[in-house]
Design a protein around this ligand. Structure first.
Ligand code: SF4
Length: 379
């Protein structure tokens, strides 16, 4: 590879780029470098293993310089803020990816074949995508065709949200993790080890619950030996950890981000959005979606977080933002509209919509009297 980099250095004479300008980290760049030393070592050794296994392939000079320009704009060009790898080397290896997808061609919704996404989604309706606890296929797809859903993300702003408006007839809510402790949703999802979530959520027959198939035999109660698979109103899905925005909406497994091998992170928000899409919802209003956490503002429910956990969550929000940015053109092409109801959210991928306006779009008129409804209909 050093030969390659030496060759690349000659490119500087062409005036395209001077590789040596990348040799010093900028102050901004230093501040963004987040991996710990053990993480850095792990990322480096995985990158080397991948590269050696594939036969040491390097990219063309043109591609190398294109990547470098993007990295310089992103981080100053010294180290990647996610994997910590030295960019001058990382950009040269064909086996490397940008964890934020910045090396990919930018795509607009109008460039995407919307009819292909829709027909591939329809094909899923005949495939085994959802399962019961015994592994038998069940099919809730399309149950909420063209409806809207309020997806509650448990950020601290949800503490201030007027929860009674979510009880308006016509409103369907989707909660995650321990969110039901402060607001009982209609639909819920959790992907972490089941014991982390309150037993009364798992056991609530009124909540339509989703989790990964691998959790079926796991115990959820801290005080009892009950298993996830014994819970009522339960649907199970299979996950994947290879983020691919093109196929994300219609692949038969549910992507929850990228594995650490790909310098990525995983999160419950992603499969929750995909479930909403397959259940038929075509508008998602994000509530309590802050993408920010600090010592004073953690979750909307009671839970402590260490300093390291807060830093880790902030890193997750950065990567999640890039995943959602890359998915947004595909959402648009598929007719899936997502709005963020928190005006102070750090997630700027989706347009803002006031929650009162969102509620008014879905609320049902319940003011009409039932008097006379049992009479024979007169034409
Ligand atoms: S996130 Fe992507 S663009 Fe930014 S430095 Fe890392 S590889 Fe380069």
């Amino acid at each position: 590879m050093s030969d390659f980099l030496d060759q690349i250095d000659d490119e500087a004479e062409l005036g395209h780029a001077d590789p040596f300008r990348y040799d010093k980290p900028s102050a901004v760049d230093e501040a963004r470098i987040k991996p710990t030393i053990p993480e850095l070592v792990a990322h480096f050794s995985r990158a080397m293993t991948r590269w050696i296994k594939k036969g040491l392939p390097v990219v063309s000079k043109k591609e190398y310089l294109r990547r470098m320009d993007i990295c310089v704009e992103c981080s100053g060009g010294w180290r990647c803020p996610h994997c910590g790898c030295v960019i001058r080397a990382k950009a040269a290896l064909e086996t490397e990816i940008c964890p934020e997808g910045r090396w990919e061609e930018k795509i607009e919704a109008k460039q995407i074949d919307a009819s292909a996404i829709k027909s591939k989604t329809k094909e899923l309706y005949n495939m085994n995508v959802f399962f019961n606890a015994k592994g038998k296929p069940v099919n809730p797809m399309g149950q909420f065709s063209n409806q809207s859903v309020f997806l509650i993300m448990n950020g601290p702003s949800f503490k201030k949200t007027n929860k009674t408006i979510l009880d308006t007839p016509g409103v369907i809510t989707f909660g995650v993790n321990n969110g039901p402790v402060i607001y009982r949703p209609n639909v819920w999802m959790a992907v972490d080890p089941p014991y982390r979530f309150m037993s009364h959520i798992w056991e609530d027959p009124a909540i339509m619950k989703f989790t990964f198939t691998g959790h079926a035999k796991k115990k959820y109660g801290r005080q009892n030996k009950k298993k996830v698979g014994d819970c009522p109103n339960l649907f199970m899905i299979k996950q994947n950890s290879d983020f691919n925005p093109q196929a994300w909406l219609y692949e038969p497994t549910f992507n929850w981000g990228d594995s650490k091998k790909r310098h990525g992170r995983v999160c419950v928000m992603l499969p929750s959005i995909k479930i909403c899409y397959l259940l038929g919802f075509r508008k998602i209003y994000l509530v309590g979606c802050d993408f920010f956490m600090d010592e004073e503002n953690k979750y909307s429910f009671e839970e402590d977080r260490t300093k390291a956990a807060i830093t880790s969550n902030m890193r997750l929000y950065t990567l999640l933002t890039t995943y959602l940015n890359r998915l947004q053109p595909y959402f648009k092409a598929a007719g899936l509209e997502i709005y963020n109801c928190n005006p102070e959210s750090k997630l700027a991928v989706f347009p803002y919509k006031d929650i009162i306006e969102a509620i008014s779009e879905v609320k049902l008129d319940t003011s009409v009297s039932s008097f006379g409804m049992y009479k024979k209909k007169v034409s």
